[in-house]
Structure formats: structure tokens, C-alpha cells
Write a protein that binds this ligand. Structure first.
Ligand code: DGL
Length: 271
């Protein structure tokens, strides 16, 4: 029997290429403990950062269809690579059937509101190639200087559990020690994997640079949007659900660090 749920008691769908988006899921759960979350990590196609925009759009469409079938009222694209490649396509394709939130706009608003003058952006190749951060920041804050760098080693390194150690320190130093970052006053971690190395990055800059990520800003954005739409849940009846498209051995251990507690994983083939 098909279950018909009141709109506000439907779930929030969240997806990423892997487990990085769990940092966003965790922030949403902290801000909105009454909401039921359905998380999908597309580990079969990780990393998205090295894929073409067309491939990312195809994955994002399939995943969004799956989440919609699970009765989601909102889908959070908890991946910058997918947000930059697929957000507009998803809005157009689903044509108002579900609310979409990308992780780029809330982070851009945070940096624009604080009026930084020299801003560094690190992200995957796909996000940097799209120029989405540079264009959106420069559009709202013309006087700012934006220095962007693709840092493709970071997501797989974190996904494999290599952080808070010699390997991560040396990779961070190689990327962030570049001259272009010498006089920045803010650095955007424009990949949802990077909150896991935020502390290391802050230490690298001796806490002299504001390091911003898309966890709390996205969670608050989600809250405001649900409030505005009258879709805040008044209590959840079941545990959050977590799906991956392919099981990886490091996933379970690392997932715990990303989400802050153990989670039960379900492998599902939606392709
Ligand atoms: N977490 C994804 C993002 O925010 C990137 C990881 C990947 O390359 O798959 O862009």
C-alpha cells in the first residue's frame, strides 16, 4: 500500500559523491533534530570532481529520482561538484515537484555578507572549472579578489581516512603554501569533504585566515527554507536512512568521523 505522508513529515534527501556530504547531513541534523534524513552517497562513481559536467548531471538526476520516490520534500545537493554542474538542470527537470538546495549559494552569501577583500577558494577540478564561486562572489562583491585552486588530492585522501597526519599535512602545505594564498583574509572550503581537515588548514594559516565551510551555513539555509515553506517537521518516527551505491571498506570507519556517530549502511543499486 502506498503511504501518503503529510508534506511536512516527508524526509529531507541529501546526496554526495561519497561520504563528504555527511558533514552537511550532520549539521542539518543538529539544527533540525525533528527531520528524517535519507542520505545517498554515490560511492560507485566517486570522485565526482574528476568527472565531466554531463556525467555528474546524469548521476544527480538518477539520485534525485530515487530520493523523490522515497517521499522527500527537499533534496540537498551536499556536493559542490554536483551543485555547480547539476543544480539548474535539476530545478528545470523536476519543475517545482521538490525543493532543491545547493551548497554553493549559502557559502557565497556568508562570504559576501562578511565583505572579505581577498578570498581563496579550494575545491575539486569540476567545481573550479565551472568558475561558479569566482563568478558569484565577483558579481556581488566586485572589489574582491578571488584566488581559486583545484585540490583534487584532498577528497580521495580524506575518503581514505588520511587526515590529521603527516600525509595530509604535506598535501595541505603543497596546495596552500602557494604564493596566491599569501595575503588572503578568508578561505572557502568549497568541497563537502574538507570540513574534516578544517582544523589542520586553520593551523596551517596560524589562525590568521577565516576558514569557512558549507556545514552550518547550509543547515541554517535549509531551516529557513523549510520554515518559509511551512514544511518543518513536528517529529520523526523512524531512524535516518543511509544508502551507498557501492560499499568501500574504508567507508564505515570514515563515515563515523564524518557523521559523528556510527551509522548503518545500506547498499543499493539505482542505476
Ligand atoms: N564532496 C564533493 C564536493 O563537494 C567532492 C568529492 C568528489 O570529488 O567526489 O565537491
Amino acid at each position: 500500500m502506498i503511504q501518503h505522508l503529510d508534506a511536512q513529515n516527508k524526509s529531507i534527501g541529501i546526496f554526495d559523491s561519497g561520504i563528504g556530504g555527511l558533514t552537511v547531513a550532520n549539521a542539518i541534523q543538529n539544527v533540525l533534530p525533528n527531520e528524517h534524513l535519507i542520505y545517498f552517497g554515490d560511492t560507485a562513481h566517486l570522485p565526482y570532481g574528476d568527472k565531466s559536467a554531463d556525467a555528474i548531471r546524469f548521476y544527480a538526476l538518477k539520485i534525485s529520482k530515487f530520493l523523490l520516490e522515497q517521499q522527500c520534500k527537499m533534496i540537498v545537493i551536499a556536493c559542490n561538484s554536483a551543485s555547480s554542474a547539476a543544480y539548474n538542470t535539476l530545478l528545470e527537470f523536476f519543475d517545482g515537484n521538490v525543493l532543491f538546495v545547493n551548497v554553493v549559494d549559502p557559502l557565497v552569501s556568508a562570504v559576501v555578507d562578511r565583505g572579505y577583500s581577498e578570498i581563496g577558494v579550494i575545491a575539486t577540478k569540476a567545481t573550479i572549472r565551472s568558475n561558479i564561486y569566482r563568478d558569484k562572489i565577483k558579481h556581488k562583491l566586485q572589489s574582491s579578489k578571488v584566488h581559486s585552486l583545484a585540490t583534487p588530492l584532498l577528497a580521495p585522501m580524506i575518503e581514505e581516512g588520511f587526515f590529521r597526519g603527516e600525509i595530509s599535512q604535506s598535501v595541505i602545505e603543497t596546495y596552500l603554501g602557494q604564493d596566491q594564498f599569501k595575503s588572503i583574509d578568508a578561505l572557502l572550503l568549497a568541497c563537502t569533504h574538507y570540513p574534516l581537515i578544517k582544523k589542520e588548514i586553520q593551523e596551517f594559516f596560524n589562525h590568521k585566515v577565516q576558514v569557512l565551510d558549507s556545514t552550518d551555513v547550509v543547515a541554517n539555509f535549509v531551516k529557513n527554507m523549510l520554515e518559509k515553506e511551512g514544511l518543518l517537521s513536528n517529529g520523526k518516527e523512524k531512524e535516518n536512512e543511509f544508502y551507498v551505491s557501492d560499499y568501500t571498506s574504508s567507508f564505515e570507519d570514515t563515515a563515523k568521523m564524518f557523521y559523528g556517530k556510527s551509522i548503518e549502511l545500506n547498499t543499493i543499486n539505482i542505476w
